[in-house]
Design a protein around this ligand. Sequence first.
Ligand code: GLV
Ligand code: GLV
Length: 326
Amino acid sequence: SRPGIFIARKVFPEVVARLGEHFDVEMNDTDHVLSPEQLAQRLQGRVGVLTTGSERVDAALLAACPELKIVANIAVGYNNFDMAAINAAGVLATNTPDVLTETTADFGFALLMATARRLTESEHFLRAGQWNRWSLDMFAGAEVHGSTLGILGMGRIGQAIARRGAHGFGMNVIYHNRSRLDGALEAECKARYVDKAELLRCADHLMLVLPYSPESHHSIGAAEIAQMKPSATLINIARGGIVDDAALAHALREKRIAAAGLDVFEGEPKVHPDLLTVPNVVLTPHIASATLGTRMAMAMLAADNVIAYLTQGKALTPLNPEVTRE
Ligand code: GLV
Ligand code: GLV
């Protein structure tokens, strides 16, 4: 019989069909995330799994699923993977870089603009029938063009956002990252490297695009927000947990900064209740890579990683290429 693959969240039929050319495929076709116990149970006897950020792959799951050879995340971020445990188990892990870069950068800009120009707040006002009131400064927001865009985390997505800001909106782009870009990339992105303190102090719009790790946990908390301009906006399209959401909600209520735009949350799909009650925040349910084309490309890349590794021994976008079959 053919090797078995499990798909942990519902994906497009085309992706199931492609995997089905090689494997016996089963899928969680509900809209709900499986519990760790359910996932382990569904993985029995299976050699590969397609996951999303909602499924944790750790030592307990790997111990319960000794036949597993590959875990393919349908996401560029992979903080749901315990890489030490995955390496120790000799399992290959893959993610989906590149295919979502431009789409995610588009959304980062959408969220920046919606936040700066108070898009959702003003829509709620209109829907609530309050437009009989008007004033010259009604929903007056922050300037985007010509302002200073600060980017924390300068991977591929950060660079794509820098290009949009510098070339499209004439923004002054500054960034901070663990490592500096080379000169040619800095010139192309028109981005200037600064330390974190200068980034916080100078950004009119601060965009977070760094991966989540224990080191980036609460990179933005009360102390960092206190260093930002009172007129600044904060945009998080990276990961929940990079921002201290309770501290942010408090700062927004106190108008310590002007506004925030958040696509990711600590403990999502739960959202900190205080964020739901402050008006000066734009909230979206982790959709930065969500266009049909990009979600298809991400799921196909995950499937192609599984096929390439299990049939030819070499995945397309491995996270731990030192792991090999047998
Ligand atoms: C989504 O958050 C991703 O990491 O691709
Ligand atoms: C991460 O891969 C990024 O592109 O920012």
